[in-house]
Design a protein around this ligand. Sequence first.
Ligand code: CO
Ligand code: CO
Length: 342
Amino acid sequence: MLVDASTGDDAAVYRLADGRALVVTLDFFTPIVDDPYDFGRIAAANALSDVYAMGGRPLFALNLLSFPRGLLDEGLAEEIIRGGAEKAAEAGIPVLGGHSIDDAEPKYGMVAVGEVDPDAMLANDGAQVGDDLVLTKPLGMGIVATAVKAGKCPPGLLGEAVEWMARLNRGAAEAARAVGAHAATDVTGYGLTGHLGIMARASGVAARIDADRVPLLEGVEELVEAGFVPGGTRRNRADAAGRVTVEGDVSETVQVLLADAQTSGGLLIACPSARTGELLRELEVGGDGGVVVGTVGEGEAGHVVIAGKRGVKDLLLAPAARTDELAPPRKGHRHREPPTLG
Ligand code: CO
Ligand code: CO
């Protein structure tokens, strides 16, 4: 056993031989969108994401399906499975079987089996002081899903959120591996602050998020202000008490979004700062894009500081160190010394 549940990691990792380890994970949930095909795509991308978040490559998947046979048209189940199969094909893997049961509520997901070179594994415990934190998808999926349930999500925002959720984290994982990232996790049910806290605790470090840099789905702030906040997101904020500190001016809305429970969120990558420019370029080439949303620093293990406007101003006044090591510096991205936290 190389990785079990003790570090809050994305998947179990089991060594087979020198240089080879199995990565195994499963994930399934109830529909978060009305369209069964989109639901299938999203659930599959989400299940495969935990293999990518370990720096692994998926090998094959198995379906898990609950479906109320007497209640709903079986064509809906076929559409869910079709969406999942299409995502698996995009990931370059077969779906080799699965299991379905009659259940009161539909649920779908996958067992995903992959492999990883243990030396290149992106476990949660590798983040180092001075690393940049790069996020590859915008936040707000939980808010959107809650507004969808109430029939109050603008169609454009829903379409945008669906495409992000259905997007594989494959390219992001390849980019992270290519630059020798120290750690990675995918942002899912515990939100950005929660998953960052888990990674930081496993690594024995603290972390800082620059609230103003974090990408959000366009229009999602209005939904928060209208009260569409899922129970999981509220729980995340309650659980964060004492472990997440806000410095400077960060609106209530943004604080909610930083804790928002995501479905099939992006990768959060701890990248040695000298390689961040390269990582951002790799992400762009792969069509993913990525944003530096914070840094890893010294401090109480697992402590997360959310820095608002005042915090960002402080950072920008600090000497822009190490920019010379980067070729070419990226627009809107500035390297800086890691702040000391705690
Ligand atoms: Co995960
Ligand atoms: Co998971």
